[in-house]
Design a protein around this ligand. Structure first.
Ligand code: NAD
Length: 690
């Protein structure tokens, strides 16, 4: 018996109860205790069948990811599960809730599986750069076939009860009292003399079709991003081994391939994000929210309303312009309908979500709202007028949020006359898709307003990160450092396409110039016109501004950094832009030269890191991990590099500091003086993320 695993008896059935809150992760002591328990009940003559049961909301949600930072500790899970499978009496796994990773592998090592409605069965290791190392790659193909097993393990996506039953993973669906039903079933299996069923002894149903040519073809069908990463490729190799080698040899291959995954930079980065994205709990009283007002039914307002309505809130959408209001409502309906058609939500849920949204041209409709999110034009005077009205109309205690990207939340809050209730909720575009929300704490924002905004963000399935108030908050402020360098490098002689290619090769989802064209160069130009503290430097964002001045706003006008022509609006390089840049460089006296891709990447990324360090110095971000969450979820920074701050740690802060100091010498101190935090950590040989 241990603190984590105990054996209870019900007649001649032994129930091995796993209890390691909150999710019964298979940490080392749990593994050791499970091994001891299975040996004991196997040897006990009074026991005729065994049930494996997880206490709480789920069976076993997987390994304890923190253990992977160090070499594995005995007993390894694959050994424990080998013992479970070898048991001489029928072992029934009683599955409910999250049955993931090592939990799913434990289910596969058991002889029989029953599950309740809330089952989430999956092998998500690939999402943290790992492979299922405890037998999943060898047992799952024997149960569901090669193709299905590969799809499940290379995507990492879980399946529910219905699909798991169809695939034969679950033998029996049970009700909510899973423990009792599993015991009754195990007793029945014992009585009827049901055999032990070991997947290690089974053959792979579609093995003969899984030829080398078939595997080559399968690799081609994997998403491009996955093909470049080590874990999905290694999962395919493990399944090839499962097809071609005996069970134990294939298991050995999986063990051999697991270790390089665990120690890879990709997996370390993804594990960092896994923990970073859980965030710290937000302190403060959460006010009840049922009804939410959204002001402004444009691009952002409509997207925010969709997220709220599908998340279960009733939404009142307000717009001063009746045509814009109708267009926004229409977009909400068609977008929700389209997600239902794609199978993202049921037709019923879609109809309910649409029914939760109503529109109005009158602010008085906001008197009942518990939360109001403003998404009107990005102009201080307009925002202040809106907040002054909210101050008059809203009920006491209503949380008032602004979706501003760059304006001063305190100045907006002051206009409401109740600054304690005002908070920033900075969504990203498209707001119904992007998960990130920067939750901005103003000078007077109360804990309750902040906690309420964070709770709503979570309930609609988004990732909220608390940030402080300054120009651009965390994400856009760092974006300006990144964009500043790429604009300077355009003047210095790098072409838009060279910069985009170099940054994409580094792993950014899109190059910065292509992003500018997508977002609209006019939008950025107008933000810079409103920006009081903008650097006094004629080179600052000069090329973007120049293109905007010429009416080249990007994709929407068919030309920006690139041209977008023809029916498919295919992107092509534009010699006119090259000439414009050259002319501007000459006018500003910037000497042109050829730049190496490595300089492009280093200047863009180090600029991000240095600004990130300043943001930490100023307390605008709570942690380096928060910055990484923002950049990986809002700006397409490669998850496999863990975010800019984790990436800097991987490079080594002394080396990053050396690079920044070199640019300070070459480019001057205006932008490149190293942040005090960076200097301090580099000197102490410490990291941003510890
Ligand atoms: P938009 O121009 O598409 O929509 C703004 C809507 O607000 C329009 O329909 C307009 O009629 C309405 N409106 C303007 N003044 C109003 C008032 N006084 N009362 C009621 N309605 C009013 O703008 P958008 O792109 O949705 O941006 C809205 C806000 O979101 C801005 O603060 C912007 O900075 C921020 N934001 C935008 C993005 C983005 O990528 N577009 C991303 C994050 C944040």
């Amino acid at each position: 018996m241990s603190e984590f695993v105990r054996v209870e008896t019900a007649g001649d059935v032994a129930v091995i109860v796993i209890e390691n809150p909150p999710v019964n992760a298979f940490a080392a002591p749990v593994r050791a205790a499970l091994l001891a328990a299975i040996e004991r009940v196997d040897a006990d003559h009074a026991v005729r069948a065994i049930v494996l049961h997880g206490v709480g909301r789920n069976f076993v949600a997987g390994a304890d990811l923190r253990e992977f930072e160090r070499a594995s500790v005995a007993p390894l899970l694959f050994e424990v599960l080998r013992r479970v499978e070898a048991c001489s009496k029928p072992v029934v796994a009683a599955l409910h809730g999250a049955t993931l990773g090592g939990g799913a592998e434990c289910a596969l090592a058991s002889h029989y599986r029953c599950a309740s409605r809330d089952l989430q069965f999956g092998l998500p290791e690939v999402k943290v750069g790992l492979l299922p190392g405890a037998g999943g790659t060898v047992r799952l193909p024997r149960l569901v076939g090669v193709k299905q097993a590969l799809d499940m393990m290379t995507s990492g996506d879980p399946i529910g009860l219905e699909r798991a039953t169809e695939l034969g993973i679950v033998d029996k669906a049970v009700g909510d009292d899973i423990r009792s039903e599993a015991i009754a079933w195990a007793a029945e299996l014992a009585t009827t003399g049901a055999p032990v069923r070991r997947l290690r002894d089974a053959s792979i149903p579609d093995a003969s079709a899984a030829t080398p040519a078939w595997f080559a073809q399968y690799r081609e069908t994997m998403p491009r991003a996955a093909r470049k990463l080590p874990a999905p490729e290694r999962i395919v190799q493990c399944v090839e081994a499962a097809v071609n080698l005996p069970f134990d040899a294939a298991m050995g291959k999986a063990r051999e391939l697991f270790e390089p995954c665990r120690t890879s930079a990709e997996s370390r980065s993804l594990r960092h994000l896994f923990f970073a994205e859980r965030g710290a709990p937000v302190q403060g009283e959460i006010r009840p929210v049922a009804s939410v007002g959204v002001i402004g039914s444009g691009t952002m307002g409509a997207g925010i309303a969709i997220s709220l309505a599908t998340g279960g809130y009733s939404v009142t959408l307000i717009d001063a312009n009746a045509t814009a209001l109708e267009a926004g409502l229409q977009r909400i309906r068609t977008t929700i309908d389209a997600s239902a058609k794609k199978g993202r939500l049921s037709a019923d849920a879609a109809a309910q979500a649409i029914a939760r949204v109503s529109g109005s041209g009158d602010f008085a409709a906001l008197a009942i709202a518990d939360l109001v999110i403003e998404a009107v034009f990005e102009r201080m005077s307009v925002k202040q007028e809106v907040f002054a009205q909210l101050g008059r109309i809203c009920k006491p205690g209503a949380v008032l949020a602004t979706n501003t990207s760059t304006l001063d939340v305190d100045a907006i809050a002051a206009a409401s006359g109740r600054a304690q209730d005002v908070v920033g909720m900075h969504f990203f575009s498209p707001a119904n898709i992007m998960r990130l929300v920067e939750i901005v704490r103003g000078r007077e924002t109360s804990d309750a307003a902040l906690a309420t905004a964070a709770a709503v963000t979570k309930r609609i399935g988004k990732l909220g990160v608390i940030v402080g108030n300054c120009f651009g908050f965390v994400g856009n402020r760092m974006l300006y450092a990144y964009g500043r360098e790429k604009e300077l490098m355009l003047l210095e002689g790098a072409s838009p396409e060279q910069i985009d290619r170099a940054m994409q090769e580094f792993g950014m989802a899109m190059g910065p110039n292509a992003v500018g064209d997508l977002a609209g160069l006019d939008i950025g130009a107008s933000v810079r016109r409103e920006w009081r503290g903008k650097p006094d430097d004629p080179r600052f964002y000069r090329i973007s501004d120049l293109l905007a001045e010429r009416g080249r706003y990007g994709q929407k006008t068919g030309a920006g950094f690139y041209r977008y022509e023809g029916a498919d609006k295919k992107r092509t390089n534009d010699p006119e832009v090259a000439a414009l840049i050259q002319g501007e460089a000459a006018r500003l006296g910037v000497a042109q030269r050829s730049l190496a891709d490595s300089e492009i990447v280093e200047r863009c990324v180090y600029a991000l890191v240095n600004e990130g360090a300043r943001i930490l110095d100023e307390g605008i971000a709570g942690s380096a991990a928060d910055i990484d969450v923002i950049w990986c979820n809002g700006y397409g920074f490669p998850r496999t590099r863990g975010g800019p701050m984790f990436y800097a740690d991987t490079v080594g802060l002394p080396q990053v500091l050396e690079g920044i100091t070199k640019y300070e010498r070459e480019q001057g101190t205006r932008y490149w003086s190293p942040a005090p935090r960076l200097v301090e950590l580099a000197r102490a040989d410490r990291r941003f993320t510890e």
